[in-house]
Design a binder for this molecule. Structure first.
Ligand SMILES: [Zn+2]
Ligand SMILES: [Zn+2]
Length: 298
């Protein structure tokens, strides 16, 4: 499948008409080449080499009438599923804080649920022998437990998942209209692949987990995969590709999320810089620091 890099015009069309917006928003949504890297040319096994991605302009996004948070449905819930052993799992509280800053919304963590084998279909992966849970069973279970004030509920787990018997595994799955999602962080731990947990792996595990949480929750707000820049919302086929994506949104995707949620871009940037620095994601914090100056017009 041939992927053509987007032209300047394609990118401007995707961002859409910003002339009626306040100056800080215009600056935040400008296709600034110093801040935003081009989307990399896909290698044979990369997402864009395997999947036809039509892209989604800001106008197309709006026309799709995505779910939006409301006064009555304005909380993102995290539902831990199974064990989150502190020595091999990201901290739920840190994930919660990161998501709350990223989406500028209230994010609550629900009490963990034990994995009940009588409720969920499980198997041993035919290749690795590792235990896995069938995603459909968990999604069905979640659909009946969506809190009344939930914008969405996201189950997070350290267990490995599979979507159907013929598949090897899946990182996660969601049902957007039903407001439920499910993500596994099992494959973000080097130990899953029999590799050593080198110093700093906690930061790497947290960063990968924050990234998948922000990407997948982005889909909940109606953002499709991004084809315009190197962006958090790029599709990803494997771990190296997902590690290559940044932890931030390009101008097209930021405009979508800002329109959907209505946050103050500068306030969000400032809070995110602090959150990234506290989490040890220094390159992202420094990048945000530069963005704050740009959005302020300095
Ligand atoms: Zn995705
Ligand atoms: Zn994007």
């Amino acid at each position: 499948m041939a992927f053509t890099a987007p032209s300047e015009k394609t990118i401007r069309d995707a961002i859409g008409d910003v002339s009626g917006l306040p100056a800080p928003l215009q600056r935040a949504f400008a296709p600034d080449r110093d801040s935003f890297d081009p989307i990399p040319k896909p290698a044979p096994n990369d997402w864009l080499a395997v999947h036809e991605e039509p892209g989604q302009t800001f106008d197309e996004f709006k026309a799709s009438q995505p779910n939006r948070p409301t006064q009555n449905r304005g909380v993102i819930y995290l539902q831990p599923l199974g064990d989150f052993a502190p020595d091999r799992s990201p901290s739920i509280d840190k994930l919660r804080e990161f998501a709350a800053t990223f989406f500028a919304m209230e994010v609550n963590a629900l009490p963990p649920i034990k994995i009940d084998n009588s409720k969920f279909t499980t198997r041993r992966n035919p290749y690795t022998g590792n235990p896995q849970i069938l995603t459909g069973d968990i999604l069905n279970f979640l659909k009946n437990r969506v809190p009344a004030d939930a914008f969405c509920i996201l189950a997070i787990t350290m267990e490995d998942l599979y979507p159907e018997p013929s598949w090897n595994f899946v990182f996660g799955q969601a049902s957007l209209r039903e407001r439920v999602g499910l993500y596994s962080f099992a494959r973000y731990d080097p130990a899953f692949y029999g590799e050593p947990r080198t110093p700093g792996y906690e930061t790497l595990l947290l960063r990968r987990s924050c990234k998948v949480l922000a990407h997948e929750t982005g889909h909940m707000f109606g953002l499709a995969h991004c084809t315009y820049f190197n962006c958090l919302m790029n599709g990803s086929n494997h771990l190296a590709e997902s590690d290559r994506r940044p932890l931030h949104l390009c101008p097209v995707c930021l405009r979508k999320l800002q329109w959907n949620i209505g946050f103050d871009v500068l306030e969000r940037c400032t809070a995110l810089e602090r959150a990234n620095r506290a989490a040890g994601f220094i390159d992202e914090a420094d990048w945000l620091n530069r963005r704050i100056k740009t959005v302020r017009g300095e």
